[in-house]
Design a protein around this ligand. Structure first.
Ligand code: AMP
Length: 420
């Protein structure tokens, strides 16, 4: 027996109500804020990711699914959504459009991670990006939009963390000071942090291990090292977020896992800690487009993990509407009746009435049971009499009531009850 590959999951029909609920709200949110959908391929040139995410990051060193295709092109399954959006922005000359360009995506993301609850090797992200504007008001819009998404879903008990990690002119000095501080604490750190000290010192701050936590807590803060531009940007973002009454906390340990972030970074986490807990995160990436070969174009974005959103909806016992079952089931008795049932079902569907008919040769009782388990509220029954008369017997499954009606009446009646 084959199984889905480790770290992947089938999203079964009974789960689809949650996914539909989340996707519907994601799309409604984007319409509300004026973001347009962009779909990009599931794989890209591997260099798009190594150049943007950063050579020393976990994603690039350990997690990317890379492969060579039959023509020798080196490709990678998309390990995150922002770089492909920026690639498409440049490729399609969106830098010539009025800025900022506002885009969103719902896409599968692939990372070779150690699977556990809320962490998969294929997961889905809902993300949105505003490209082409450095205004702190846009940072506030993106943070508000992220927060509003969770509000629309009905999720509560969430934290919003904010930080600024500066830009390429002020970050080197901060990193120096961070390394100086950490060099005195190296022996007590976990083995991952020892490696991070060399490769990616910013990531020392968000280690979740107890031994490293206290050291990170007392570490120098990036916000104390911001240059004038980054400092005033951060202060303005804070001012806007306060004016928008968003309940954020400044968290100097928040750095995010990708190298391209500049200035504002933020994350939304549910109550209760854990490495897999972040529901979503984002930030500014003012140098990324230039890094990918464009002009300097500032930008900011956010992405949420759909599986974790669904997990939290379940944990918080948020009821989602059931997906509608076809309201009409067409049952039949005998071969001639079966042909009539197939024709009638087709007519109902053409009239926009969702219907199913029984296949095989179950007894009427068996067909009624099937209608019941499918959740159909009405059963149209065609037997010998009905074949001769052209009429149909309609059974209301909720009341058990039955009446014989003409086909014209049947369609009128079903149109009325299914649109109620
Ligand atoms: P990131 O690009 O790492 O900031 O991820 C954005 C969001 O995607 C995270 O906040 C998670 O909700 C979700 N996410 C990231 N990695 C995974 C994964 N391996 N499995 C499930 N969800 C993930």
């Amino acid at each position: 027996m084959y199984k889905a590959p480790r770290g992947t999951a089938d999203i079964l029909p009974e789960e689809q109500g949650y996914w539909r609920y989340v996707e519907d709200r994601a799309i409604a949110l984007c319409l509300l804020y004026g973001y347009q959908r962009l779909d990009t391929p599931a794989f890209e040139d591997v260099q798009l990711f190594t150049r943007s995410i950063g050579e020393g990051t976990d994603i690039v060193t350990k997690e990317m699914y890379t492969f060579e295709d039959r023509s020798g092109n080196l490709l990678a399954l998309r390990p995150e959504g922002t770089a492909p959006v920026c690639r498409a922005y440049l490729e399609h000359g969106m830098d010539n459009l009025p800025q900022p360009v506002k885009l969103y995506y719902l896409a599968a993301i692939f990372r070779y991670e150690r699977p556990q609850a809320g962490r998969y090797r294929q997961h889905y992200q809902f993300g949105f990006e505003a490209i082409g504007d450095a205004d702190p008001a846009l940072d506030a819009e993106i943070v508000e939009m992220a927060w509003r998404f969770f509000e629309l879903l009905g999720l509560g008990r969430l934290y919003l963390y904010l930080n600024s990690i500066g830009c390429k002119s002020c970050r080197p000095e901060y990193l120096e000071s961070l390394k100086r501080y950490y060099s005195a604490h190296l022996s007590g750190l976990c083995s991952d942090c020892k490696a991070r000290f060399e490769k990616n010192p910013l990531r020392l701050l968000d280690c979740k291990k107890t031994a490293c936590y206290d050291v990170a807590e007392a570490a120098p803060k990036s916000t104390d090292y911001l240059c004038r531009d980054c400092k005033s940007h951060f202060e303005t973002v804070v001012e806007y977020l306060k004016a928008l009454k968003l309940p954020f906390d400044i968290n100097h340990r928040l750095v995010r896992g990708l190298d391209y972030y500049t200035k504002t970074v933020f994350e939304i986490q549910p109550l209760g800690d854990g490495a897999q807990s972040a529901l979503g995160g984002g930030g500014r990436y003012d140098d990324l487009i230039e890094e990918l070969g464009g002009k300097p174009v500032p930008a900011i974005g956010f992405a949420a993990g759909m599986e974790r959103v669904v997990l939290n909806l379940k944990e918080q016992k948020i009821a989602v509407p059931a997906l509608p079952a076809p309201p009409v089931f067409v049952a039949h008795l005998g071969n001639e009746a079966k042909l009539e049932a197939v024709k009638l079902t087709s007519i109902l569907r053409k009239d926009d009435i969702a219907a199913i008919t029984a296949t095989g040769d179950r007894s009427l009782k068996g067909q009624l049971r099937q209608a019941n388990s499918l959740g159909s509220n009405y059963v149209a029954i065609i037997g010998d009499d009905e074949v001769k008369s052209g009429a149909v017997t309609l059974r209301n499954m909720m009341t058990g009531e039955q009446k014989t009606v003409s086909r014209v009446e049947l369609i009128k009646l079903l149109t009325r009850v299914t649109q109620e």
